[in-house]
Write a new protein. Structure first.
Lengths: 326, 445, 288
């Protein structure tokens, strides 16, 4: 016991050493902008001015943002659109992962499919947004033409002014753009699993589905945490498609996400940098809380239990020592 | 993997070597920095340099499209940062010129008079449209800081064949009497057209610029949001257009809108509201033909609109910190105020900047247009300057604010909601006010 | 959950080979993915007015030479744009993948006092909305004179929190510390252990992240546009954006051609790297 501890201490310096490039790059390039953002949330900085002074009521920008109806609405939109795209996305990605990592099913053209699924992520969001806006064009557009000519609707439907339609389309684009990414992440996670586990399961006569749910999924827990957390962060910061699909989060603000809101505060007309910064910090807190919840739900129960046992053992041990002292 | 790493590593090394080889940029003596959002102005300046070998300067252009929303942040940053890379000349279009000529960024602009231009006399001699001068005048000191080369006063651009079918004439003076002045006559004409199965316009966006320009006050007065009654009436006009089937209910810049330029929409469309550039760059190309007889090409004419307006345009500004004021002066004068046959505007109006046969366009100077030929085959041989020169005088440059681009887009979004029947008139107005307050920090009155 | 039901249903006859439904689903998804590509390629051969009339067409037209002429006009230099983008994206990819793996290794293999705090910090950094941060970033770059310098776009990638997070999550189950210990017994230094033992195990993860880093950096428009003001430094997306100019003067045909051209290198990179995201790559080194 004592021996290993000495060893661990002697290697600890490499932990610092190998983190150094990250830390240095972060300090040089990102720390200042981050602090700057954190600070200007408490100031009167707006317009093209470069000088600012701190507000007499330090949290004024924060209370303005929290009481801002459009911001509240954008938060609701963000969650709605995220959930509408994330649930089908993770379901499909897991299904594809199950198919593509199964050793029993040798799917042909795997490589080709993996390339195809990731394609939507390669094209710039601007292009995707334009193509979809054209698809759903009104009164003339491919989707309307099909719906009308097949008699499914009588007159063209205005997808572009309907808040619900716009939300659904944005959620679909997000789903379509990101399921390939999620699938690749999950597949690469499954590839890190020790193959001996699969081999022994196969020898025991497990079916592919059993292998997937009993071995693959549990072994991918850490990567699933990554997927959930990054989707959450990415989803709550969703920006490109909602901004581009219909003019800055239209129609009627139905696709205005929190990030689009922050962007319009900072870059549109009034250049309210201070409020944009305050809104960013509020979003940061919301994301951090949601992430903490995900981490808690996905925590490794074995590990936690182990640690708790260790701690309890220690406590009992020390108590016993105290008792002896008495 | 090792191979892959080796490749990556060697690339990284090559990269470092390349970066080390990039020389540090020094302030170039003979270079004029130009910031623009299209190649239009930089190309003009290049032409100027080519035809004036003694000029002695080169240009370095930074072009950033407005369509990605990045032109303004980049320009603001470059102006504020100053130094050798700062723009000497920069361009602003009507959507955001107010910010640079009158609003937050106007302090960075150099007055034309400070460049050494005898501005009042030059404007009078060139007969520059008043709206254009009003927009380019900085309120803090009353000095002109920006002028354009293009005039964008608008006309009503209509179909000759439809006019003949409905009213038996395609004469611009007669048609102007039918569709205006004022919206009442315009909607009466719409009803007449409807009886023969025609839509008067493609969508509500077509009349918006005329509505916007007819108002007494701008969106923001004394930092408060003001909804001018004439702009508020757009709600009703838009609703009337849709409910009576006077339009095809399209949105500008979409497929359906373009389709209406060559009769591919649900109903044939009588006309569009627009300046000369709409004819040149949009309708002509989308008319389904390239010479009279093909598509709708040649079946068009222009007449006075029911209400005067302008739409678009580019203003040219100089940086107050420029070290090359003399060169900048020569360029700006040539672009905005030179009325001679060697000046830019004469070539622009006659379509001869890049050789004979180019696109003819309306220009800022009435003097130049008076001696130019604006006949277009696309308009059935009509001289468009007959209509567009007065049109520039009807336009109003006094009801604009630097927030217009954003407020307009919020406004039109809510008008569309109302017109589509997704909300009531009151709800639309209330939501509009709320959205403006929330996104721009401007309270409603 | 319906997914699991489907998975269960198909699994019964799996031994005989893949179920046709798998292929049907995959082919439908594949077609959905191909659709924008095919439209993009077709539009690259169509004229601006053809595109304005019908932006979505599955039939090519004849305007490819015209579009190419516009593309290679005065303001657009596809070759220099390509090389600039290549430099930036390769640099970013290398910095983010290599250093993130190294940082993740530090987080997993060593027991140091600030380890948990550092990991929490990385997660926190990842969660801050980027729009406003970018303002501070470019103002800072202007202040220290890093405009028109590719390093301002490349070096920040050394600190890529999301990549570190991924690498750590991947490494947790995949890297056995016994392997590291074995390396030490063989007398290898820590840095050598990282390069020769850890990196091979991380191949699928590194390839995955390399693809993402490269694609993101290749398509990045905002910061390059603001930081690179000289034409000779423009990247591909800036050049594409130039073609859009103004709403009434967008050369759509040339835009689509430029988009098509700028996607091709991404496909090459993706095809090359996706070879590493297959079973068998990582297996050799994992023991125990």
């Amino acid at each position: 016991m004592a021996k290993t501890r000495v060893k661990a201490v002697s290697y600890a310096k490499y932990g610092y050493l190998f983190s150094l490039p990250f830390i240095v790059a972060y300090l040089i390039f990102s720390l200042y902008p981050t602090l700057y953002t954190a600070v200007i949330g408490f100031t009167d900085l707006k317009g093209v001015a470069r000088n600012f002074k701190f507000l007499a009521e330090p949290f004024k920008n924060f209370s303005i943002i929290l009481n801002n109806v459009t911001f509240q609405n954008s938060l609701v939109n963000t969650f709605e659109i995220w959930i509408m795209n994330f649930i089908p996305q993770i379901a499909l990605s897991l299904l594809l992962t199950a198919w593509f990592t199964s050793r029993a099913r040798r799917i042909r053209c795997q490589g080709a499919f993996k390339v195809l699924f990731y394609l939507p992520n390669i094209i710039t969001s601007a292009t995707v947004a334009i193509l979809f806006a054209t698809m759903f064009g009104y009164p003339i557009g491919p989707i309307n033409d099909i719906l009308v000519s097949t008699g499914m609707i009588e007159a063209p439907f205005n997808f572009l002014t309907s808040p619900i339609a716009a939300k659904l389309v944005v959620a679909f684009i997000q789903f379509w753009k990101w399921y390939g990414y999620t699938t690749i992440v999950l597949i690469s996670g499954a590839l890190g699993i020790n193959p001996e586990l699969f081999e022994s399961a196969e020898i025991d006569g497990a079916r592919p589905s059993q292998i997937f749910f009993r071995i693959t999924l549990p072994c991918m827990r850490t990567i699933l945490v990554f997927t959930l957390i990054t989707s959450l962060i990415g989803g709550l910061n969703m920006f490109d498609i909602p901004k581009l699909y219909i003019m800055d989060g239209g129609p009627a603000d139905a696709t205005k996400t929190a990030s689009v809101f922050i962007y319009t505060q900072a870059f549109k007309g009034a250049y309210l940098y201070n409020r944009a910064a305050a809104a960013s910090m509020i979003m940061f807190v919301i994301i951090a809380i949601c992430s903490a919840v995900v981490f808690f739900i996905m925590r490794d129960k074995h590990e936690v239990q182990q640690k708790r046992d260790e701690r309890r053992a220690k406590r009992i041990h020390s108590k016993r020592l105290e008792g002896l002292a008495e | 993997m090792r191979k892959f790493l080796a490749v990556v590593l060697s690339l990284a090394m090559a990269l470092t070597a390349m970066l080390a080889a990039v020389p540090a940029f020094a302030a170039d003596e003979g270079v004029i920095n130009v910031y623009a959002f299209t190649t239009e102005v930089p190309d003009m300046i290049q032409k100027f340099i080519d035809s004036n070998p003694d000029f002695g300067y080169k240009i370095n252009t930074t072009i950033i499209a407005t369509t990605d929303g990045l032109y303004q942040p980049a320009l603001d940053q470059a102006l504020a940062a100053g130094g050798a890379d700062a723009p000497d000349i920069y361009c602003a279009e009507s959507a955001f010129i107010l910010k640079y000529a009158q609003g937050d960024m106007s302090e960075y602009a150099m007055a034309y008079s400070d460049l050494g231009i005898d501005i009042d006399n030059a404007i009078a001699a060139a007969d520059i449209a008043k709206y254009s001068v009003d927009i380019g005048t900085r309120p803090s000191d009353g000095k002109v800081v920006g002028l354009g080369y293009q005039a964008t006063g608008g006309a009503f651009i209509y179909r000759r064949s439809i006019a003949k079918d409905v009213w038996g004439t395609d004469d611009p003076a007669a048609i102007a009497e039918k569709v205006g002045p004022g919206w009442d006559k315009f909607f009466a004409a719409a009803a007449e057209l409807k009886t023969k199965g025609y839509a008067i316009v493609s969508g509500d966006g077509d009349i918006w610029h005329a509505v916007e320009n007819s108002s007494e006050s701008g969106w923001v007065v004394d930092d408060k949001l003001v909804i001018d009654p004439k702009r508020e009436a757009f709600l009703d006009l838009s609703k009337q257009l849709k409910d009576n089937g006077y339009s095809n209910d399209t949105q500008d810049w979409t497929e359906a809108w373009y389709a209406d330029m060559k009769d591919a929409g649900a109903q044939k469309v009588f006309g569009f509201f627009g300046p000369a550039w709409l004819i040149n760059y949009v309708i002509a190309g989308n008319s389904g033909g390239t010479q009279p007889g093909e598509g709708t090409y040649g079946d068009w004419a222009v007449c006075n609109p029911p209400i005067g307006f302008f739409w678009g345009g580019t203003w040219v500004l100089a940086n107050k910190d420029t070290q090359k004021a003399d060169a900048v002066k020569q360029i700006i004068e040539w672009i905005t105020l030179d009325t001679t046959e060697d000046g830019l505007q004469y070539k622009w109006a006659n379509g001869t900047l890049n050789g004979e046969g180019g696109t003819k366009d309306t220009v800022a100077s009435g003097t130049v247009m008076a001696k130019s030929n604006g006949e277009l085959a696309f308009l059935g041989g009509q001289n468009m300057f007959d209509i567009f020169v007065p049109a520039n005088q009807f336009a109003n440059g006094k009801n604009l604010t630097q927030y217009d681009e954003n407020i307009n887009s919020i406004w039109r979004d809510w008008v569309r909601q109302y017109t589509a029947g997704n909300c009531t008139r009151e709800e639309a107005l209330a939501s509009f006010k709320q959205a403006v307050t929330d996104t721009l920090g401007i309270e409603a009155q | 959950m319906s997914t699991s039901k489907i998975a269960l249903k198909h699994s019964n006859d799996m031994r005989k080979g893949a179920n046709p439904i798998i292929y049907i689903v995959c082919i439908i998804l594949g077609l959905l993915s191909l659709f924008p590509f095919w439209v993009m390629v077709c539009n690259a051969t169509r004229s601006t007015y053809e595109i304005q009339a019908h932006a979505i067409s599955f039939l090519p037209s004849v305007s490819l030479p015209t579009n190419y002429e516009i593309l290679n006009g005065k303001t657009f230099n596809a070759v220099s744009g390509f090389f600039n983008s290549l430099i930036v994206s390769t640099g970013v990819t290398f910095c983010s993948v290599y250093f993130s793996t190294l940082t993740a290794f530090a987080l997993i293999a060593y027991n140091w006092k600030l380890r948990q705090a550092f990991f929490t910090l990385i997660l926190a950094v990842m969660m801050i909305p980027a729009q406003v941060i970018s303002i501070g970033f470019y103002q800072f770059m202007y202040k220290i004179g890093m405009t028109n310098n590719f390093l301002a776009l490349i070096l920040p990638a050394i600190a890529s929190p999301m990549t570190v997070f991924f690498m750590r999550q991947y490494m947790l189950p995949a890297l056995s510390l016994d392997l590291v210990a074995a390396g030490r017994i063989d007398g290898a230094g820590e840095f050598r252990i990282f390069n020769q033992i850890v990196i091979p195990i991380m191949k699928p993860a590194m390839a995955t992240q390399a693809i993402f880093a490269f694609v993101n950096s290749w398509n990045e428009l905002f910061l390059p546009m603001i930081l690179l003001t000289r034409k000779e430094n423009y990247t591909m997306p800036i050049m594409v954006s130039l073609l859009k100019g103004d709403i009434y003067k967008t050369e759509y045909g040339a835009v689509y051609l430029a988009l098509t051209l700028s996607v091709l290198p991404l496909l090459v990179v993706y095809l090359t790297l996706s070879k590493y995201i297959v079973a068998g790559v990582a297996l050799g080194s994992v023991k125990g």
